[in-house]
Design a protein around this ligand. Structure first.
Ligand code: NAD
Ligand code: 0WE
Length: 256
């Protein structure tokens, strides 16, 4: 219950109550962690204020566009001032221009490739570099990824390439930060009905496909991502770093 008592964490990627970041934040909070939140921009401020506010009126909340170095610098300066140190960081951020997820992969523009990689992969490196100096007692950094990084999932397109970069970055960061007792891992989630998943043509059929083909014959629940996030953040995962943990009802093991 108090697996994370005394731990200080920061969460990137809450947009609304369906966000995977919110499921993991709630689990971290229940396990005793004290959390700071960031939101992408003014558009999401009210949403995140309302959610983060349920953890106490004094919850640290900051805007952060992860493509802006000055935003990232300001966030970690503020966390340093308010918390003095940090143990946990969740990266639950991804974006590719919509047209890149609709057409054929071969038509990916240079700009869509750049944006997808900047927001969805480079940001993990930049945020880890900001967080590491505050993780003086060791730490746990968690990213969110998806199976489309390793196999072709039609229409996931450039996001699959960006997730491959995110997963590889997880390994290189784990190597750099290991000597500081900072662990870096990814959770590879099965499909979840969030803002980022809506509007994806055929998403409902994808949920049905997983139900039919995953060994557990169902889809993953947000609470289960929260529980894995709590485990990876806890001392029980103290020897786990650089890994991609599949929380997908077993879908990833199937060959057919
Ligand atoms: P979501 O829309 O709730 O979260 C995506 C977040 O990314 C939002 O909070 C958004 O504000 C943020 N974001 C986008 N561009 C940003 C920027 N420039 N600066 C700061 N923040 C930015 O959707 P989600 O499904 O909870 O996605 C969270 C993570 O989980 C993503 O990395 C996604 O790839 C991953 N994931 C999702 C699923 C799924 O099926 N929903 C499955 C596996 C992995
Ligand atoms: O990582 C994701 C989705 C990330 C995402 C979603 C959007 C929608 C709106 C990134 N960029 C955008 N850009 C937008 O304009 N997932 C794992 C969910 C997802 O997205 C898919 C999937 C799955 C699963 C897209 C195509 C096929 C499968």
């Amino acid at each position: 219950m108090s697996q994370l008592a005394g731990k200080l964490g920061i969460v990137f990627g809450v947009a609304n109550k369906r966000s995977i970041a919110w499921a993991i934040a709630q689990a971290w909070h229940k396990a005793g962690a004290k959390l700071a939140f960031t939101y992408q921009g003014e558009r999401l401020k009210e949403n995140v204020e309302e959610l983060a506010g349920t953890f106490g009126a004094d919850t640290l909340l900051m805007p952060c566009d992860v493509t802006k170095d000055e935003d990232i610098a300001r966030v970690f300066t503020e966390v340093g001032q308010k918390f003095g140190k940090l143990h946990l960081m969740l990266h639950s951020v991804a974006f590719a221009p919509k047209d890149a997820l609709e057409g054929e992969f071969i038509n990916t523009s240079r700009e869509a490739f750049r944006v997808a990689h900047d927001v969805s992969a480079y940001s993990l490196i930049a945020l880890a570099r900001g967080a590491a100096p505050l993780m003086t007692e060791g730490g746990s950094i968690i990213g969110m990824t998806y199976y489309g990084s390793e196999k072709v999932v039609p229409h996931y397109n450039v996001m699959g390439v960006a997730k491959a970069a995110l997963e590889s970055s997880t390994r290189y960061l784990a190597y750099d930060l290991g000597p500081k007792k900072i662990r870096v891992n990814c959770i590879s989630a099965g499909p979840v009905n969030t803002l980022a998943a809506r509007g994806i043509a055929g998403f409902t059929d994808m949920l049905k496909h997983y139900e039919a083909h995953a060994p557990l014959k169902r889809n993953v629940l947000p609470d289960e991502l929260g529980a894995t996030g709590t485990f990876l953040a806890s001392d029980g995962a103290g020897a786990i770093t650089g890994q991609i943990i599949y929380v997908d009802c077993g879908y990833q093991i199937m060959g057919m």
